[in-house]
Design a protein around this ligand. Sequence first.
Ligand code: V47
Ligand code: SF4
Length: 365
Amino acid sequence: MRTRFKDKRLQRIKEKIDASRRLDAEDGRLLYESNDIVGIGRLADRVRRNRHGKTAYFVYNQHINYTNICINRCRFCAYSRSLGEEGAFVLSAEDVRAALERRRHEPITEIHMVGGLHPSLPFDHYLELLDAIHAIRPDATIKAFTAVEIDYLARLYDHSLEETISRLKTAGLGLIPGGGAEVMSERIHQRLFPRKIGKERWLEVMAALHAAGLKSNATMLYGHIETTEERVAHLLELRQLQDQTGGFSAFIPLAFHSENTELSDIPATTAFEDLKNVAIARLILDNFDHIKAYWVMIGEKLAQTALSFGADDLDGTIMEEKITHMAGARSAKGLSYTKMKELIGAAGYTPVERDAFYQPLDNGY
Ligand code: V47
Ligand code: SF4
């Protein structure tokens, strides 16, 4: 049966997708400007079903934030503090060990650890953090340090990127989270995160990580001052690097939360925008296997709905999320294994617990 769209322009996009032709910047702009959310969702769902059928993934994970001290102080960040400021913290390897011990009875398979750019922690501190995790959770994958942190460690300790990556990998680093590129636009870089690395370096670090055999994720922070064109350009940059390296695993659209930031006058994103960002990512990023609906940022109900708009993954159980909650997120700080399965099942999908590399698990839990 011929699909009828409320926005007739989507028919042209459907024909391109059916003919396995790639969407371009103009298609991306049209999708973002269209308000036919059901039509966009149907397109994304077709692509999603072809790749993943009725499967929807989740992971049993734990978040660790090893410090909130950060020299960058991005304008959209509610989490960071300066050295000596009230509320600033640094976790020692012993603290990390204790945090992991507290959840030792749970079958956690991925540890997600990121932090700010601390001015003076010795390089060994980072290795000790990895060691501590490995000692308590030898079978878990350590997903840690964004491209921003890895660039920083290389520069601060005057090691090459390759050497820095190799030392972290030897110490147990298994996968790289997607943060740090924000929106790859020099205009936004200058206005919102001028001290953080820009597009070229972020892509260079990602390419080096992929060359070293490490997989990574990618993200886009949306819902602040970015334009439609800037969103589309960001997605096309990611698609281009993925064509070259094949090293990206999942893409995660991150909905901006403005509370307690310098941009607190910016309203929260709408459900409409959140779903569109998931669906359009699925359509443009034709070489990414996984699109994650990050329930922490869009709420569990919308993340569940996003499974019908192109997402195939809900991230994980998490339990102690800080970065978004400090910026006003009202979602839970964690979800139980049972709740994860219920959310997915009630949406008509088959819940599949995965490891950090999307290998299905059957741990009988
Ligand atoms: O890079 C910072 C974002 C990112 C805010 O790879 C904010 O599996 C919203 O990258 N409102 C870090 N977002 C988080 C991240 C991530 C999260 C979950 C899974 C994965 C993965 C990666 O958080 C930062 C920045 O883009 N961020 N402040 C804020 N106020
Ligand atoms: Fe630092 Fe990351 Fe926050 Fe920017 S977003 S201030 S780099 S912790």
